[in-house]
Design a protein around this ligand. Structure first.
Ligand SMILES: *[C@@H]1O[C@H](CO)[C@@H](O)[C@H](O)[C@H]1NC(C)=O
Ligand SMILES: *[C@@H]1O[C@H](CO)[C@@H](O)[C@H](O)[C@H]1NC(C)=O
Ligand SMILES: *[C@@H]1O[C@H](CO)[C@@H](O)[C@H](O)[C@H]1NC(C)=O
Ligand SMILES: *[C@@H]1O[C@H](CO)[C@@H](O)[C@H](O)[C@H]1NC(C)=O
Length: 248
């Protein structure tokens, strides 16, 4: 009895010390992946290692990931359904729009949205805490987003619909270095997202390293956003909610 009390006290002390240490020392970048889609999705994550991690996220769910202090070539994308299978992630990647990150290079994070491969789910990147001396202004710590409401009606030649698991629209000339009618359709629908390989001017955002971010799937679903509780809501300070959505 006495022993178990002592062990419990020790465990409590250890966890307090642990939380204290995390609060003081941990400068890792946190990315909160939020699913505001009305359906379950699988969120996929990879980086230069090529290793893919996937999370099944029900509507309104979120997953906080810790990407450390350096995350070159970081990518987040998703596909409909909750299989959370890295093989499906890999198949969906060329059928999906991507949230792209380079965390911690030269004391800077850079990030963008890319429709170079395709588009399948609405995406937004938002810095939730901005490390000094960052300011939220234009490409500095800004919040790019991209939503295409009806993929079927959007996806006209030369672009083509993709099969499952991505269920998106291929950007057939996206990997090219010059715009075409196909890439221009993406650029018109989502001017804040990269529409072909060389379309990076004015579309790559930067924020001081040490900032934290959220990646939101289906950011257009503001009603879900207003209903969201828990950690995701707490981490969402200066979120650009449309005025009419506030009244919804
Ligand atoms: C950020 O914005 C604030 C308020 O506008 C300003 O006082 C400050 O100088 C800015 N900091 C930088 C690094 O631009
Ligand atoms: C999307 O567009 C297709 C093709 O134009 C149309 O048949 C369908 O009804 C639209 N879906 C919605 C939800 O509006
Ligand atoms: C766009 O893609 C189509 C289909 O692959 C190809 O035939 C065409 O040459 C491409 N256009 C450019 C400018 O790359
Ligand atoms: C596209 O970008 C690459 C890499 O930055 C560059 O070498 C190339 O000249 C660019 N091509 C065009 C047509 O702008």
């Amino acid at each position: 009895m006495k022993n178990s009390v002592r062990i419990m006290a020790l465990a409590l002390l250890m966890s307090v010390v642990c939380w204290f240490a995390i609060g003081l020392v941990d400068a890792d970048t946190q990315i909160n992946i939020v699913n505001q889609c009305s359906q379950t999705i699988s969120a996929c994550q990879t980086d230069q290692s090529g290793q893919i991690t996937s999370y099944a996220l029900g509507s309104g769910a979120n997953q906080l990931i810790d990407v450390g202090t350096s995350w070159p070539g970081g990518l987040i994308w998703g596909y409909p359904g909750g299989s959370a299978d890295p093989t499906d992630c890999n198949t969906a990647k060329p059928q999906a729009d991507l949230a792209e990150f380079t965390i911690g290079a030269n004391n800077q994070d850079s990030y963008d949205l890319s429709n170079v491969n395709a588009y399948n789910l609405g995406l937004l990147i938002n810095p939730t805490t901005i490390a000094p001396p960052g300011n939220r202004s234009g490409l500095e710590c800004g919040t790019p987003s991209c939503t295409i409401n009806n993929i079927t009606s959007f996806c006209t030649p030369p672009n083509t619909l993709t099969p499952t698991p991505g269920d998106g629209c291929f950007n057939v000339n996206g990997t090219g270095t010059t715009p075409t009618s196909g890439t221009e359709a993406f650029d018109t629908a989502c001017p804040e997202a990269i529409s072909y390989s060389n379309d990076t001017t004015g579309k790559v955002y930067a924020c001081p390293t040490g900032s934290n971010y959220e990646v939101v799937f289906c950011p257009e679903n503001t009603i879900l956003q207003m209903n969201k509780k828990n950690i995701a809501a707490e981490m969402r300070p200066v979120y650009p909610i449309k005025p009419n959505a506030m009244n919804a």
